[in-house]
Design a protein around this ligand. Sequence first.
Ligand code: HEC
Length: 185
Amino acid sequence: MRWQILISIFSVVIIFSCNSKIDSEKYSEVQNKGNEISNITQTILLANVGKAIKKGGPEYAIEFCNLKASSIADSLNLVNNCTISRHSAKNRNAGNMLNGEIEKNLWEVFEKANANDTVIRSRGKLIFYKPIKIVSPACLKCHGNPESDINSATFSKIQKLYPNDLATGYKMNDLRGVWKIEFEQ
Ligand code: HEC
């Protein structure tokens, strides 16, 4: 659709113009740190979810796909003077929705252009964003099709804990969310 292409181009221009004020050395520094921090957090989160699924199935593991489930995000925030969060256009936790036009535009770009990470400056902070994809069939046990991928015990527990859940119906390689790491300057 033509209007969708126009919106994408417009978004890229907006994001690009936000970036123009960040010098390239600072940009790569934040990009490297952002990648490092999100990779560590993702690895630990995944390992915890995997262990919990083995121990008690997905219904037991539900509480483990939460940044607060391990102290990893807190420690990394402290060491790097940053704030790690995850956001999504179809969020499960009410606190994880996309905020504002820039994040909505960014989502469109990540979804359509299959883009990698980006760094923008907003309200005096440098913010790193990176797509989170459905990379493993394990994700589908809680984010897939409620009729075929998610078992009924898990689905009812998700509905009880998150009555406004939007985060089901995903397939492999779908865009599930974005990492957002805000650095104080
Ligand atoms: C055992 C169930 C379970 C599995 C498996 C699981 N998740 Fe989640 N996921 C959840 C729950 C519950 C939340 C809400 C966490 C919270 O309250 O912050 C969540 C939240 C998220 C969020 C934050 C955005 C939102 O919707 O609130 C992302 C991103 C995410 N999951 C990605 C993944 C990916 C990628 C995988 C596979 C690598 C995965 N999840 C596997 C249960 C699961």
